[in-house]
Design a protein around this ligand. Structure first.
Ligand code: SF4
Length: 301
């Protein structure tokens, strides 16, 4: 069972809005994540190998959020709230706890725009609420002309292959189901796309796999794809680097030497790989007619 904790703050103001995620603020209603993705950057000794056991529910988060957003709204400090930056907003406990749903009600009340980032199909439960936010949110002045949307919904993928995902994202909604939910999200009229991260070297970054994924995203109606390569940290058993290397040894032993060559002394793939990947991803976005940013560069013209 998850722990119940009290917090003194739940709304984090970012120092600078990231041009990819448009995060003026972030909130995390849970601490830890039961989806247990092996590559997750929040991993480490704080949560252990199975993050479900260390999951915490921020019991008083709704009251705190209400107060913090009221103070920001009073000063007209509107900005996109990313839900979530360090956990999954629709993890399994959300079905009973409803913390994310209640947070969205508070966000709607104070008329802040929201950016949902998820690996779950449960977001569909909140479509009505998210549609209201989409219509009623007050955008920050510098985005009002270029965006004109109060809700953004991004689905994260490291692969679209259910078998591969079962190894690396064991608790997340299967990619096949996630793609259906992406399509339902687009059909409902939301601005929605894909955070394609992290791509798994030699597994989900091959030309054939990338081509198949971009085809699936296009078919599902994704308006943008934000691609990024794999970054791994740590030398302790519960750290992402060790967990991914152990999974490679077990499920992809032919790649063990390669992964150790690249991640043995580094946290990321070499510069030439990242440059080639960037070029390839840009070309694929162009080929499939999908933007590589939520706000396309020509949106203001
Ligand atoms: S869903 Fe997100 S926060 Fe949860 S384990 Fe996976 S990458 Fe980490």
């Amino acid at each position: 069972m998850p722990h119940r904790i009290q917090v003194t703050s739940v709304l984090n103001k970012t120092r600078k809005r990231d041009s990819w995620f448009l995060d003026d603020y972030t909130i995390n209603m849970y601490s830890g994540c039961s989806f247990n993705c092996l590559f997750c950057y929040i991993r480490g000794s704080k949560y252990g190998e199975n993050m479900t056991a260390a999951l915490s529910i921020k019991e008083n988060a709704i009251d705190i959020l209400h107060k913090q957003l009221a103070a920001r709204a009073k000063k007209k400090q509107y900005g996109f709230i990313v839900v979530s930056s360090a956990t999954e907003p629709y993890l399994h406990f959300e079905q009973e706890e409803l913390l994310t749903q209640k947070a969205l009600e508070v966000i709607l009340h104070h008329r802040f725009p929201v950016h949902i980032i998820t690996r779950s199909d449960l977001v569909a439960r909140d479509f009505d609420l998210l549609a209201e936010i989409d219509n009623k949110a007050i955008l920050p002045a510098d985005l009002a002309l270029t965006l004109q949307r109060g809700t953004i919904i991004t689905f994260s993928f490291s692969t679209t292959d259910d078998t591969i995902a079962h190894v690396f994202e064991p608790g997340a909604t299967l990619p096949s189901k996630r793609l259906q939910t992406l399509n339902a999200t687009v059909q409902r009229g939301f601005l929605s796309g894909v955070s394609l991260m992290p791509l798994l070297p030699y597994i989900s970054d091959t030309a054939a796999h990338l081509d198949e994924m971009f085809g699936s995203f296009k078919t599902a109606g994704a308006k943008y794809v934000l691609p990024a390569t794999l970054t791994l940290f740590g030398s302790a058993p519960a750290d992402s680097k060790q967990l991914v290397l152990r999974a490679i040894d077990k499920h992809y032993p032919h790649l063990s030497a390669k992964y150790r060559q690249f991640f043995g002394t580094s946290n990321e793939m070499p510069g030439y790989y990242r440059q080639a990947f960037h070029t390839k991803a840009t070309a694929l976005c162009k080929q499939y007619g999908i933007s590589n940013q939520i706000i396309p560069p020509d949106a203001a013209t």
